[in-house]
Design a protein around this ligand. Structure first.
Ligand code: MRU
Length: 350
């Protein structure tokens, strides 16, 4: 394994992002020089995946504040609120976005209470955004360690969407972190990647990522997983999450729920891997999680090729919610939580 994919970076020129819209055929880095450009990068899926969105949001805030001209703390705070609103309007489901905004606001409030100057606060905010990034990578490393222990030697693991290094601060990933963790522990593991219509994160990103780390991967269409489970070709399912409710209901990429139902039908463990920044204790159940709906063109077209006739109805829900009773375990940086999740998840915050 190379373990060297880091999709978002801070630099003196701005926030650097590997343009995930172009993978796997082109590896191009963009420099986003303003907070507006960072917000657009999140909205347009230059960067995507819940933890990566959180890290990017923190860098976007730090970047915007660093470009503030003036010496008045109240004006700087007004700017913080404005930037946070712009970034907070990009994607509604991944709670890591709001988690990162809240954390940056708390850091600002503390620095203000300490009587710091504008230029000191700018540096403190940059340092905290970098800390959010470092902590995220460390969380993925621990998820890999705890999750890797749940995977048997010679297992084939099915995953949906991309919950890898590309979807996080980098290096390990969450669901792919569990797989990398098992490989790191000396196990032989192969992966089945659902292509993940309509945005094809599985085909474009998961397949590319695993290839970088020499982990064997077989790509399937989303409608093949039931057949392969029935044939005994899948030993475990591992997915990431965009938001986990307090009761353990899991929002993740559209199609995850179907995979969870199939896994239960075939007696296959269904694991969710996510950092605690994805767990939203303020959201009692999955019914309270906002589900993003995206452009109809993602369904009707592949790039510029039209697949469906004009004039029809289109639904494009980007995420679904898997009820907690279908979840075998939730792996976080604190360990492995099992049902009843209301208690086990809360305990991880203590
Ligand atoms: O629309 P996306 O590509 O941002 O959706 C990503 C997912 O659903 C991932 O599975 C989730 O964010 C977990 S990433 C570690």
């Amino acid at each position: 394994m190379n373990l060297n994919i880091i999709p978002v970076k801070w630099s003196d020129e701005g926030v650097l992002m590997l343009d995930q819209r172009l993978l796997p055929t082109e590896e191009k880095w963009l420099t986003l020089r303003t907070y507006d450009e960072v917000a657009a990068g999140i909205k347009d899926m230059v960067v995507r995946g819940a933890p990566a969105i959180g890290v990017s949001a923190a860098y976007g805030i730090a970047l915007g504040l660093n470009q503030f001209v003036g010496t008045d703390i109240a004006d700087l705070e007004e700017e913080l609120d404005y930037i946070s609103d712009v970034i907070g309007r990009t994607r509604p489901t991944a709670v890591n976005l709001f988690w990162a905004i809240d954390r940056m606001k708390r850091t600002f409030a503390k620095a203000k209470a300490e009587g710091r100057t504008v230029s000191e606060i700018k540096q403190i905010m940059i340092a905290d955004a970098k800390a959010i990034h470092d902590e995220d990578i460390e969380s993925q490393r621990l998820i890999a360690k705890f999750g890797g222990e749940l995977i048997d030697d010679n297992a084939t693991v099915l995953t949906h969407c991309n919950a890898g290094a590309l979807a996080t601060g980098g290096v390990w990933g969450t669901a792919l972190g569990v797989i990398r963790g098992a490989v790191d522990q000396g196990k032989k593991v192969s992966v089945i990647a659902d292509e993940t219509r309509p945005y094809l994160q599985g085909a474009r990103l998961t397949a590319w990522e695993l290839l970088q780390d020499d982990i064997p991967v077989t790509l399937i269409t989303d409608n093949m997983s039931g057949h392969m489970m029935k044939r005994g070709e899948v030993q475990a399912v591992v997915v990431g999450s965009d938001r986990i409710a307090a009761n353990g209901d899991v929002a993740n990429k559209i199609g995850t729920y179907m995979v969870a139902v199939l896994a239960r039908r075939h007696g296959i463990p269904f694991y969710v891997a996510a950092p605690l920044s994805t767990v939203d204790l303020n959201c009692p159940t999955g019914d309270d999680i906002p589900i993003e709906e995206r452009d109809r063109r993602e369904i009707t077209h592949v790039k510029d090729i039209q697949l469906a006739p004009e004039g029809i109805g289109i639904s494009n829900y980007a995420f679904d919610v898997t009820p907690n009773d279908l979840v075998t375990a939730i792996i976080t940086e604190k360990g492995v939580a099992r049902a009843p999740y209301t208690e086990s998840l809360k305990a991880q915050f203590d």
